[in-house]
Design a binder for this molecule. Structure first.
Ligand code: CTP
Length: 409
């Protein structure tokens, strides 16, 4: 890909089609030349003229028999660097999964050999139906990157999942897949990231732990390295492939993690505390394996050192410290605001762990990024995408403090 990337935007006939205009603008703002292809059903929601005006290109619509010079249009589509279909209705999704090519959009999909990103949008029951779920799985097997719908109030008045992902999240995914995110905004910076969940031993074989997978921290480490940073990943009990180019340190317990963070701190420009650090540890760890000799067993616990609080007192000027707040329920947002202040952080990333479709052990996350100057919501998206957005904010803040301003992307 040289110069400005070309993106083909496919619009199908769902109510979310009106959001595709905003998506188109977002893609353009990210530096892409966008061409639009619509199904006939989509043209009943939004006039092709809207997309024609915004994109500056003719919009192709219709079925294969009607469309003039169909082959030429399909070939034009094939020349695009990426094909994004948003919204993707249950019907077109099913056609794509099964290789049907009964209109210009589905024929273009079948003929297209590049990267495809799709953002489904439909009623909750349709989304949850086993047929749709099977089709989504098939689409993924076909290599399509699915930006999953989020939960919210749908056009039919019910609350549930099926609402198209926010245009911002789709733009971020497209950027990520196109690798226009080949940014170098962290070049020359040393970044440390804690990830995973610490395990506090009770005896030689047992421990208290948590369900953190470390996926968010590893995604941050990979993305920070790609953007030019020198990266240390301080990891607790992570079972994930190594991130290329990243220095890894195993710190299975809160104590070990504390030592490693404090050890690296003087040389770090940015610290992301993404790990789920145990708040308590056993006072006495039994030697060997405890037997089952009592009716009741008490394990005496003491608080672990709060790493972020220690960092807050030890940090030097110019260091950028990011905390993570995994809170239960939406009221966690106000607790995150409070933590941002109390722990003297530059940024905190809040996610709601009461939800099973994001966060712990999921490949997806939905977060709110809080800084002393503002708050920004990142809709449900793959953790890799969320990591890129967190780094966008971080790089911007860090550079701004140094008096260097990055263009808004
Ligand atoms: N954290 C830390 N050291 C600990 C515990 C947590 O540095 N011993 C960090 C986490 O990595 C995370 C942030 O603190 O970035 C928030 O974790 P949380 O457990 O929610 O913080 P607490 O201060 O323990 O919050 P609360 O007072 O609500 O329990």
């Amino acid at each position: 890909m040289t110069g400005q990337p070309t993106v083909l935007l496919g619009v199908t006939g769902g109510i979310a089609a009106y959001k595709s205009a905003e998506l188109l603008r977002g893609l353009q703002k990210a530096g892409m030349d966008v061409r639009v292809i619509m199904t006939d059903a989509a043209t009943r929601f939004v006039a092709p003229l809207t997309f024609e005006t915004l994109s500056g290109h003719a919009v192709h619509t219709g079925d294969l028999l009607r469309a003039d010079s169909t082959i030429a249009h399909i070939e034009e589509g094939n020349a695009a660097d990426l094909f994004v279909i948003a919204p993707l209705t249950a019907n077109t999704l099913a056609k794509m999964a099964n290789g049907l090519a009964d209109n210009l959009l589905t024929a273009t999909y079948l003929a297209y050999s590049g990267t495809v990103v799709a953002a489904p949008s439909m009623n909750t029951n349709m989304w949850n139906h086993p047929a749709t779920q099977r089709n989504v799985a098939t689409l993924r097997e076909q290599g399509v990157f699915v930006v999953e719908p989020g939960a919210g109030e749908l056009a039919c008045g019910v609350y549930g999942s099926g609402r198209m992902a926010e245009p911002d999240s789709i733009v971020a995914e497209v950027k990520h897949r196109l690798q226009v995110v080949r940014k170098t905004d962290l070049r020359g910076m040393r970044v440390a990231i804690t990830a995973g969940g610490t395990r506090e031993p009770i005896d030689a074989v047992r421990y208290m732990g948590n369900r953190s997978s470390g996926k968010m921290g590893v995604a941050l480490a990979r993305a920070a390295f790609d953007r030019g940073a020198s990266v240390d990943l301080i990891k607790a009990n992570i079972d994930l492939p190594r991130a290329p180019g990243v220095r890894e340190h195993d710190t299975p317990t809160a104590r070990a993690m504390y030592r490693k963070v404090m050890d690296l701190l003087p040389d770090i420009d940015i610290l992301f505390m993404a790990a789920a650090v145990a708040d308590y540890q056993a006072i006495d760890t039994a030697a060997g394996k405890m037997g089952k000799s009592q009716d009741h067993l008490s394990v005496r616990l003491e608080p672990t050192a709060d790493i972020l609080c220690e960092v807050a007192t030890e940090r030097r000027d110019g260091q950028f410290i990011v905390g993570f707040a995994a809170e239960f329920g939406p009221e966690g947002l106000s607790r995150s605001r409070e933590k941002l202040k109390r722990k003297n952080l530059d940024m905190i990333v809040f996610n709601d762990i009461s939800r099973s479709d994001i966060g712990f052990n999921s490949d997806y996350n939905e977060v709110i990024i809080l800084t002393p100057g503002g708050e920004s919501k990142v809709g449900r998206a793959p953790k890799e995408t969320v990591a890129e957005i967190i780094l966008d904010h971080t790089a911007r803040e860090v550079r701004a403090r140094r008096g260097e301003f990055l263009p808004v992307t």
